[in-house]
Design a protein around this ligand. Structure first.
Ligand code: ZN
Length: 172
């Protein structure tokens, strides 16, 4: 099977060039060289062997935790509890789960524990500073963003509407 030596995509026989990279395909993929494959900021790649680290009650908490871990160079990602409302509002009412690489789980746990012990909960100011540090626009943190606050209100109203509708359907 032909492979792209650059993005490591497998192609069906008959293809000669990678559609994405434009480089000639090779018959056999060279062994992976991790130091060359990784993006410049190692913490931004996805964990290879993800394990569950902890559950954050809010999206803000989850974002701050991700930024905190990435500032220590630990690859991580979050997954919403249910997810549907996050797609529509960018916010998750049920919280989010944080995942890290298995080999770094213990280190990540220490970082989060130390951060919470020393500073209490992740507060919005910390979150903004951490986001900035992680290279994300600080203006996106909910407390300073009226649009984000409006989104939260809309999600709460939406959730209430669903509950009311359910009760009327169930008991009505
Ligand atoms: Zn390619």
């Amino acid at each position: 099977m032909p492979w792209c030596p650059q993005c490591r995509t497998e192609y069906r026989p008959g293809f000669t060039h990678c559609a994405d990279c434009g480089v000639p395909l090779v018959d056999e993929l060279p062994p992976e060289a991790p130091s060359e494959e990784l993006p410049p900021d190692d913490s931004l790649r996805r964990p290879r062997d993800p394990v569950h680290l902890l559950h954050c009650p809010t999206t803000l908490d989850a974002d701050a935790t991700l930024a905190l871990l990435r500032s220590f160079g630990i690859p991580c990602f979050s997954q919403p509890d249910m997810g549907a409302e996050k797609i529509y509002t960018g916010f998750c009412l049920t919280g989010e789960h944080i995942y890290v690489e298995a080999s770094q789980a213990e280190q990540a746990r220490e970082i989060v524990r130390g951060f919470r012990r020393g500073r209490g909960r992740v507060d919005p100011a910390d979150a903004a500073a951490l986001m900035e540090q992680a290279g994300e626009p600080a203006g996106d943190s909910p407390p300073s963003n009226p649009f984000a606050t409006a989104r939260t209100v809309v999600s709460v109203l939406f959730a209430l509407a669903v509950v009311v509708w359910f009760f009327r359907w169930f008991f009505g």
